[in-house]
Write a protein that binds this ligand. Structure first.
Ligand code: ATP
Ligand code: MG
Length: 470
């Protein structure tokens, strides 16, 4: 992000050594100093250094390593890619080695020879940059499964699991909240299997009325019932040779469950009104967002059917637990939707990034696509803001206070402009700043004052703000 010098943090309680190091490194790096734990963590949050040179003996325990280890571990907890070079005084190499085993990048004993330290610091920056590049390359890559975007370790694990599942004919159950990608995974299993190229037939078990379920699933012969004027193939038979996807299985009525069980056990069907038994060769993939085990205990789901379909169960985590996938997917869909709609939108701004990260995403990827699409259509400038995304209930604190402050500032400015119908003097008065300051802020946040924003947003904001202003 920073275009200028790379940032180095020196955590050293000896003022003499602190300024010696500062003067030595300030030509090549942007250097910040801290003398204890609190100052170090504050500097970490403020300046986001790539490399930290850290003394192990810090106050109030200068003579031992307690405070030094606490500081080092907290830095790594908050920013695990930061490279820490531990400087040991009287504490000896034993502690230095322990520091490295706990995640420090390297160590160096006092007295300091700046020439050697130069090399270590330079290498630490290089390593940090390489890791960063590597990470962004990884993120640009989609997963091994077609159409599935992820860089989350649990999801990548699932992908590998699915590759193995696909090569067999085992029945598998995909369990996950709504919108987590169950159907996408089911299709991926089919595409990776030897049945690729044959039919993939999806049945939404919740959507078929009880009275039609038998004829829908198994088909019927001519004359089987009033209106059956020709032989009709059912969904199961139409998947012959391919994959049958039983979606929302937990919502299937009990009567239908009994009929499905027989087919799953024997892979034989009879069309309604027919007398011939037809063998159907299909791989079965099921999906549900309901806890089937719990449903069996309430007798809302047949236990024998549950055992038949759960040879292998794959738990798909909700989006809120997938870390950086939230941003990765947001960027993926931003690019895709912006090009589909021919909109010149380049990225999310920092307020949007903070809100994407903090939001709980109850509707998972499906909701994310809808929110990004809405924002792409509504955004005024080349950047999407938190306001464009309209994510409600962003309850949690972001790591970096700067993001929160900027988000709040941006929202307040947008509101003030809307209430004052774009008049700078009144908007500045509402915000308690001067006109030049407001102009500066508009420039800084790339906010256009054209008052052409989406009417729906405007109405909502005015309704909310009216209450506040009076
Ligand atoms: N990891 C992902 N990468 C890219 N697109 C995804 C991913 N996960 C889900 N999607 C997309 O999100 C949308 C919802 O996914 P899908 O229909 O597979 O979810 P689902 O779990 O079956 O949801 P529901 O329970 O509501 O039926 C689809 O458009 C799908 O292509
Ligand atoms: Mg689905």
């Amino acid at each position: 992000m920073d275009q200028g010098k790379r940032t180095l943090l020196i955590v050293e309680d000896d003022p003499g050594l602190q300024s010696q190091l500062k003067w030595h490194f300030c030509e090549d790096y942007e250097v910040h100093c801290a003398g204890d734990y609190d100052a170090a963590i504050e500097a970490l949050r403020l300046f986001e250094p790539s490399v930290v040179i850290q003394d192990l003996g810090l106050p109030p325990h200068e003579e031992d390593v307690l405070e030094g280890f606490r500081t080092m571990q907290q830095i790594l907890r908050l920013s695990r890619h930061t490279k820490i070079i531990v400087v040991t005084g009287t504490q000896g190499t034993e502690h230095a080695l322990r520091a490295v085993s706990l995640g420090a990048y390297d160590f160096y004993p006092k007295p300091i020879d700046t020439k050697v330290l130069d090399l270590i610091v330079d290498r630490a920056f290089q390593m940090h940059d390489l890791e960063k590049q590597n990470k962004s390359l990884l993120q640009q890559e989609t997963s091994p499964l077609t159409g599935l975007v992820t860089s989350n370790p649990t999801m990548l694990n699932i992908c590998h699991k699915l590759e193995k599942i696909a090569s067999t004919d085992v029945t598998c159950l995909l369990f996950g909240e709504s919108g987590t990608g169950k159907e996408l995974f089911a299709r991926a299993i089919h595409e990776l299997s030897a049945r690729k190229g044959q039919a993939f037939v999806a049945i939404n078990c919740a959507a078929i009325p009880d009275s039609l379920i038998e004829s829908e699933l198994f088909g019927y012969e001519k004359g089987a019932f009033t209106g059956a004027d020709k032989r009709t193939i059912g969904k199961i038979e139409s998947a012959q040779g391919g994959t049958l996807f039983l979606d929302e299985l937990g919502d299937m009525p009990l009567v239908a469950q009994a009929k499905l069980l027989r087919f799953i056990q024997e892979r034989i069907i009879e069309r309604v009104g027919g007398r011939v038994e037809i063998t159907v060769d299909v791989r079965i993939v099921c999906a549900t967002n309901k806890d089937l085990k719990k449903l069996t205990s309430r007798e809302a789901f047949r236990e024998d059917l549950y055992f038949r379909v759960s040879d292998v169960v794959v738990n798909i985590p909700p989006l809120r637990d997938r870390g950086e996938d939230k941003l990765l997917l947001s960027r993926h869909f931003l690019n895709k939707i912006a090009s589909e709609y021919n909109r010149d939108i380049v990225n999310f701004d920092e307020t949007a990034i903070a809100s994407i990260d903090a939001y709980k995403w109850p509707g998972n990827v499906r909701e994310l696509i809808a929110k990004v699409k809405n924002a792409v259509v509504m955004a005024d400038g080349r950047f999407i803001s938190a306001l464009d995304l309209q994510l409600e209930d962003v309850g949690e604190l972001a790591l970096n206070l700067k993001h929160v402050r900027e988000g709040a500032e941006r929202t307040a400015i947008q509101k003030a402009l809307t209430i004052s119908k774009g008049k700078i003097t009144s908007a500045a008065r509402l915000l308690g700043v001067t006109r030049p300051t407001l102009y500066d802020l508009l420039k800084r946040y790339n906010i256009k004052n054209n008052n052409q924003a989406d009417l729906k947003i405007v109405d909502k904001l005015v309704a909310n703000s009216d209450r506040k202003v009076d």
